[in-house]
Design a binder for this molecule. Structure first.
Ligand code: ADP
Ligand code: MG
Length: 247
């Protein structure tokens, strides 16, 4: 083996796959630019660190179940005037995640609640946080069936390990008393540990109807609202205003 082959072999053993592939290029550049040993080592390690971070980001994104298309960049703040770009940008420093604060987006259908929750979730993933996006229906199914469905037990565990849990569409479907109880249990477990992003088309005053129990609802809301930022979105439905016609 030549020296270079030995080096490449070592990078393989150390699982430094990006440097391994780019070694020729890196060495040529270093010679051409007469790089110092320090600069060369810095470049080498930097390339591998960047590649590793990118792989981790992509892994986190895949696990998050977020929709890649609903981004902050594709959100039109001129259409949705009840929240400003500045307010959303302030959320992107993620101080609220550090403090386990919750975000709640309330408002009628089509005003962009899910889009915003998803877009903020993507940015959190890019910043390094673990995010999991579920709608209320999926969440309730997981809570109900986790003892019998292995996949849902895994998701249940993931819910407890994530930094941000998005619960989309609270209130579209009513839930049963025992489901409300297990939802309350989950909210209690996550309280002050995990940030929630909740979207709902029903104001808090209507939540008791969804959950069918005033006492559980009060206890749930108490925990969600204790550390939270609430956004009341209003306006027209983006779906109706931007209806695509086939004819
Ligand atoms: P909600 O969750 O409030 O019912 P969505 O976030 O699902 O509404 O928005 C409905 C559709 O309209 C989605 O396709 C979403 O991407 C789009 N949409 C809503 N508001 C905006 C906006 N301000 N800019 C761009 N797209 C929007
Ligand atoms: Mg929605």
């Amino acid at each position: 083996m030549t020296k270079k082959e030995k080096i490449i072999n070592n990078f393989g053993i150390l699982k430094l796959s990006t440097i391994k592939e780019m070694l020729d290029e890196i060495l040529m550049k270093a010679e051409k630019e007469k790089k110092s040993y320090q600069d060369l080592l810095y470049d080498l390690t930097n390339i591998e660190v960047k590649a590793k971070q990118k792989r981790a980001r992509n892994r986190r994104f895949k696990q998050s179940k977020l929709n890649p298309e609903k981004t902050i960049e594709s959100f039109n703040f001129n259409f949705q005037e009840s929240i400003s770009e500045k307010e959303v940008n302030q959320l992107l420093d993620f101080e609220w995640i550090e403090q386990a604060f919750n975000l709640v987006f309330l408002g009628p259908p089509g005003v962009g609640k899910t889009h915003l929750a998803n877009g903020i979730g993507i940015r959190a993933v890019n910043t390094g946080y673990k995010v999991l996006f579920l709608n209320m229906d999926q969440l309730i199914k997981i809570l109900k069936t986790r003892k019998v469905i292995k996949k849902n037990e895994r998701l249940f565990k993931k819910i407890h390990k994530t930094d941000v849990l998005v619960i989309d569409e609270v209130g579209y479907l009513p839930i049963k008393k025992e489901e409300a109880n297990s939802f309350f249990q989950l909210i209690t477990d996550l309280y002050e540990q995990t940030s929630l992003i909740i979207t709902s088309n029903k104001g808090f005053g209507k939540w008791a109807e969804i959950m069918g129990d005033q006492i559980i609802t009060t206890a749930v809301l108490d925990r969600i609202m204790h550390h939270s930022e609430i956004f009341n979105l209003s306006g027209k439905s983006y779906r109706l205003e931007n209806r695509e016609k086939i004819l």
